[in-house]
Design a protein around this ligand. Structure first.
Ligand code: SF4
Length: 267
């Protein structure tokens, strides 16, 4: 790693420490003691401070109930990729620790790989940059907020999409200026909230906001449907999607191998 890259990484680490400290102070001020990840995710994904405050101060059941179809498809995708990764990595005699559904302080990684180049893995390797996460999406959705949050923890993140049989890599070093700019704004916002400056910002959340006395509220009360069912046309595409599994797995593994080579070269 070059000295410029190391310096950027140090700046990111120091901003992250500052951000976590602000988030922990917010957390202590809240009676329900929400997790750090919940506060960070809400603040990253929503623009209205009043909306976030309301979500953090109340015990709502916002959980959407997804059709088991998506869960099963996601699991099948995750299992196949883990199997083939293990086969391909051992064929190449790469020492890589592979885990699925890995809980971390900033969320749960679908797949996490920790590498020490061609050397054996030790516990000491875990907090270093030699880590690659794979985020699996069965449909068209993705979240820049989630990718950003994951890149605080891993050196590379591969987003694999089954429906389009494609995969793309996000490298932390290459995205460093974005990560730092964004984190600076997150810190400024957290500090503003800690000073009691809570803004009302109308946006798409107004269509599902629970604050009924806000003049911008556009939600229809009593009409909440938390069930997300697979649509008939999606269901009928299942054989096509199944045929996408291995091409997507192969593209993802190609990217993993490239990233592993980058790790080895920067050692
Ligand atoms: S209705 Fe809209 S503007 Fe009002 S608090 Fe909710 S999200 Fe904010």
């Amino acid at each position: 790693m070059s000295s410029v890259q190391q310096c950027s990484l140090d700046s990111l680490d120091s901003l992250l420490s500052e951000y976590y400290a602000s988030i922990d102070t917010i957390r202590k001020s809240l009676p329900l003691n929400p997790s750090r990840t919940r506060i960070i995710t809400l603040m990253g994904a929503h623009r209205c401070d009043e909306y976030i405050k309301n979500q953090l101060e109340n015990k709502y059941n916002n959980e959407k109930i997804f059709d088991g179809y998506w869960r099963d498809l996601h699991k099948a995708f995750e299992d196949r990729i883990t199997d083939r990764l293990t086969i391909e990595l051992s064929k190449r005699q790469r020492e890589v620790f592979v885990s699925a559904e890995t809980p971390e302080e900033i969320g749960r990684f679908d797949i996490l790989l920790i590498t020490n180049g061609y050397g054996p893995i030790t516990l000491h390797d875990c907090p270093t940059n030699k880590s690659i996460a794979i985020e699996l999406k069965t449909g068209y959705s993705w979240s820049i907020e989630q990718l950003e949050r994951y890149l605080w923890k891993v050196g590379s993140l591969i987003l694999a999409r089954l429906v389009t049989a494609d995969a793309v890599v996000f490298n932390r070093t290459k995205l460093m200026s974005f990560l730092i700019d964004s984190l600076e704004d997150r810190i400024a916002r957290a500090k503003r909230l800690l000073e009691g400056d809570v803004k009302t910002v109308p946006n798409s959340d107004c269509y599902e906001c629970r604050i009924q006395d806000c003049q911008f509220n556009r939600s229809r009360t009593g009409n909440k449907n938390n069930m997300v069912l697979v649509k008939s046309e999606q269901f009928h595409r299942t054989p096509e999607v199944m045929n996408n599994i291995y091409p997507t797995v192969d593209k993802t593994i190609e990217l993993v191998l490239m990233e592993l080579d980058n790790v080895t070269q920067t050692e």
